[in-house]
Structures are given as structure tokens and as C-alpha cells.
Design a protein around this ligand. Sequence first.
Ligand code: ADP
Ligand code: MG
Length: 694
Amino acid sequence: MTIRLTDSVKNIIHPSVQSRYLKLLEKIGVKTLDDLINHYPVRYEDYSLISEIKKLQPGGKVTVIGKISSFSHKFTKKRGFTIQQAELDDGTGKLKIIWFNQLFLKNIISSGINLSVAGIAEVQGKSLVLQNPEFEIVKSDLLIFPYDRKKVLTNELIHTGRLVPVYPETKGLTSKWLRNKIIGILDTPIQEWLPPQILASKSLLDIKTALKEIHFPSSEELLAKAKTRLEFDEIFKFQISGLIRKKQSDKKMAVAIPVNQPAINEFISSLPFKLTSGQITAIDQILSDMNKLRPMNRLLQGDVGSGKTVVAAAAAFSAIKAGFQVAFMVPTQVLADQHAETLRALFKSYDIQVTLLTGALANSKFKIQSSKPYPDLIIGTQALIHNRANKLIDKNKLALVVIDEQHRFGVEQRGKLIDGEPAPHVLSMTATPIPRTVALTLYSDLDITTLIDMPDGRIPIKTWVVPETKRSASYHWISDQVKQGSQVFIICPFVENSELETLKSIRAVTTEFEKLKDTFRGLKLSLVHGRLRPKVKTQILSDMKAGKIDILVATPVVEVGVDIPGAKIIVIEGAERFGFAQLHQLRGRVGRNNSQSYCLLFSSDNFWNNRLKAMEKISDGFHLAEMDLKMRGPGGMWTTLQHGWPEFEIADITNVNKVLEVRRIAEEIINDIDKYPQIKTLINSMLEKTIALN
Ligand code: ADP
Ligand code: MG
């Protein structure tokens, strides 16, 4: 049977275990064989030193190859505990091997078979022992005992005798299993898609060699070359898809929204505060973009609390004044509620109809009370892109789409709202600050405005990494602060990878809540987590805003954009579980008015306590984001957390020069695409996966 890379991974898994493995693989985003060979190791175990038993030294990583001269399987006194013991003979000496509780070994290992084992030899009594080594049966016909070691085909070894790949940890999915599967796929024909002249001019490995070497490196040098090639591919694909999106969008027509400057000025002077110069510049830029016949595609980025909402409100105001409709898309219902309230307040002296649409409402029998056939501004979550919402959207009138926290939406979701022609102008906003240069390379299809100044009078938040020994002292301090009028967030970590983890997390956070109620007796505490009904969540947050709650114990649901000016203290438990950028987001929930605010970070781990100190010194989100990006090694702990950046397996996107170089090549190719049929095919398959770009 020939297999193709586009085939499902199902095809290479035995039917009896298929459903279990498919689930595990899906967790790591693997559906096809192609996905699987693009699942790269996080590190390599260096077992490339193959030693004669006679010369074996304790302590170092080593591989020994020989013939099994005895194997036994023993029960011990401890119930349910077994020992598997073998002796390996390579002609120069004998080596004892011990495994614990590996019952299945008796079906695999027996006297007379050739085995390669890898691990660290230890002294036990007078002899050396290998405990729980990696092992594999050596099939090589060349291994005729006693053999010439040089002739052993180390090529056929995949778990020992080489740089052995170790894959990101997923429970139930071992590196050994993955190695066995991946080695099989590497035998299939793998089509090169980069033109030979680029391979040559950049001295890149061909794709098949690169994939072989990233999984089963023959040397450190080739491994480095494989990484370079795959990094090139990763950046290249990303740039190409951005360039295509830009091309498609540039082809579209939009309506030009006239700028009514006197009305805008009046709106601005009606605001309860003076805009910063950054906000004013941003508004000018956006209004002038929207005054063009090309759809605006602008990203407004600014640190948490820099005041992006009011910039979007001014843009919306301008479009509505000119008789158009505006849609405002936000990632969570809580945020939708909050924004609706904020916008209604900002527009209160105008005849502007703001309608809130949420998943719950969209599914119920929902009628809007309005004298107008369509609301001027409709605000909602993903529900906005579903049918029901489209009845409230007049495609001919929709001139502006605002996407808040845009990094939380997939490209497809964004695409659906802005489909059609004339295309609406799009203003995306993000508080996940990215260094400007990196942003340029990441969002190649967007124009970028950055709010660099904060509203006047903001005081940097004091951040402390608190050692466990000072926990109860800090609780006393918090109590005092509450008595002086501060409100507090206590953020507990929440894992939601599976139903089981979610339930466990809810239980953990509920237990913690009960404890805290006891600690802070006499104060008003409340608990909010992701699994509460949206209505309940919103109610709790609005109670918090109204000052009816002193301490809100919460999971990271409060992360995105929640604006509660009275909150002055945020406590983050398990801080090591968050990336710097996310911690910064969480910290941004306080310090939203002009009094001193505090952020207390708790972590049970000293190693992390030291790293977290960076949060004490750095209050600039851009700087933290940069550190975060640098730390996000492939498969590193950060990748499992939601940051909102596109996931890169190996590319270092902070290497701006490299990214720009690849982008130049991508541009050249796109402009002359008919010359590169392979790349055209690749693009088409990429397009199928993203939006139907018409
Ligand atoms: P973000 O950029 O994080 O979305 P928001 O738009 O929620 O920030 O603004 C944060 C807070 O700052 C809000 O309470 C808002 O009313 C207030 N704000 C915005 N602009 C200014 C300004 N120029 N001066 C004072 N306060 C402002
Ligand atoms: Mg915001």
C-alpha cells in the first residue's frame, strides 16, 4: 500500500488502538501524516556513543549492542511489582540490564536476540548495570556475533545509538511510539516545493533530507541545517498567506466614508477626559483610511489601558454619522456586555442605537426593540458571524468592522465578517503588544498604528514576587487595603484542556475560594470562573464594578479587557503557568485609574520566582512581549499557553532580518507565481484551509 502525506494518520495506526491514538494526536494538532512529520522533537538524547562492554564507564550516556544471553522475569515481595532482568553479551564482556514493571518485555526479549540498549551505566556492587534503558531489537544481518562494530548499520537504529529525538510531552503518547510512526512516513515520497534556484542560492537542504534530519539527525551539523531549512519554510508559508490576503483585499472596493470634522470634534469634546496625542493621531489616521475606496485594514495596538476603545468609538461615530452601520466583534460575552455599556455611555447624547448580540441571544427568539430597521452599531461575540446576526446586519450599510482583541480570533472568523463587496473597513485592536519590527513581519497584510502614550496621570503598578513565607503577611496587608477602599482580584490558574482537567480546576478554585472566605472573614468575596453561565458572570463583574464585592476570586476569565477602575490589587497564583505577556495582561486589570495599584505574584517554584522578578522591574508590555517571544522555544512551556501569536514550531520570529529576507523572496515568487507550479499548489491548499477568499 502506498501512502500519501495527505492521508489521515489513521492509516498507520492499528485498528484496535486507533480511536485512543487519534484522540491523543488530535490534541497536538495532528490529523494527517504531513502533520505528524511536521511535529518536531523538542530535544535529542545523545546516545551516539556506542561502547564495548569491556570499556564501559559509569555515568555517561551510552549505547551498547550485543546478544541477549539470558532473560528472566521475577515477581518481588512487594505485590504487583515485577523485575525484568537480562544479560547482554557483546563478545568483550557481559552487562546486566534491569527493567521494572515492564511485563510485556517477556514477549519481546529472549535469549539469542540482538539488542541495542541505551542509558546510563551505574555501579552496583562490583559490576555495571543499566536500569530501564531505551532498547530496540537490531535486525541487521551484518550483526553476526561476535561482530565488527564498525559494520553495524547504525542507520537502522532509531531509539538508541544516535541522537534520539524526544517529542513534546503528551500523556499517553510516548516518544518511542512517535519515532516508530515517523520513521515509516519518512520513507514515502516527499515532494520538494521550493524551486531549485532558491535551494541553491540559500544553500538549503531539500525537504526530504531536512525532515529526516530534524527527526533522526546524523550529526549536529546536519540537524542545524535541517532547522534552517524548516524555519525557512515556516516563515515562507506564513508570509505567503499574509501576502495573498493583502492581494485579495487590495482588489476589493470599499465605500469611502466622508469625514465630518466638526461633528467629530464635538464628539471628542463630549468625552469625560482629554484624549492623548497618540489617540488623536490614531483617530486621524483611521478616519483618513476610511475615507478611501480601498478597504482599511489597520491594526491598532496599544498596551493594556492605553485607551483603544475610545479610538474605535470615534471611528464608529464617524461611520454612523455618515449613515453607515458598524459591527464590533469581541472574543467573550463578558467583554461584549462591557463594551456595549461603555459605548452607550460614550454615545449617550446622540441618537445612536447600540445593540448587544451574544450567542445566547442569537439562539433564542430575539427581537430588537428599535425604530430603525438596523441597529447603528451591533456588538457581539463570534455569534456576529452566524446567520441570525446577519439579519441584523445590512451588508450594504456595513462600512466598519471593529475587531477587539483580534489575536483571539482565527483568520477564518475574521474573514467571514469582512467577506463581500463593497468590503467594510476593518479596524483590529490588540493589547498583546508586539515589538513594531516583529509586528511588521507577523502581520504583513496590515497597516499598524501604535498607541505609545498612556492617559495622563497613570502610576506604574507596583509588582512583587511574593515568597510562600510571606503569604499570610501579605493577606493581612490586603485586608488592610480593602478596609481602605481597594478592591482585589485573586487569579487562580485554570486548565481547560479536557473535561476532566476543567472539572478538577473548578474543584481546585472552589476549594481555594472557601479557604479565602475563611482567611478574609468579614469581607465580601465572590467567585467567577469560565464555566458559569454568561449571565451570572456578567452579573458578578458588574457587582464588582459597582463596588459590591471586595475580593473577586477568578480564573483567567478576567484576562481580556475587563475594565474595573476600582480594583487596585491583583494577586496571581501559580504565576509560573503564565507567559510574561499574559501576566502583563492580567496585571493590566488594575492600575486603571490614577491611584497606586499592586500586583502580587505567587509561585511555588523558586526557579520561576527568579524569572518572575522581571515583572517587578519591567512595566512596559512591549518589552515583556519581546522577552516572551524569545523564551518561547519550540515545544517550550510557553507554547501550550494562549498568547494569541501565530504558533511557530521552530522559527525565531524575533530575528527580523531573516524574516524580512524570506518575505522578499516570497514577494518575488508571488509576483511571478505561474513560474512556480509547486508553490501554487501549496497556496491553493493553504487557502482551502483558511478563508474562502473570493
Ligand atoms: P484598552 O486599550 O486596554 O482597551 P480601554 O479602552 O479599556 O483600554 O481604556 C482604559 C481606561 O482608560 C478606560 O476606563 C477609559 O475610559 C480610560 N481612558 C481612555 N482614554 C483616556 C484618556 N485619554 N484619559 C483618561 N482616561 C482614559
Ligand atoms: Mg480593550
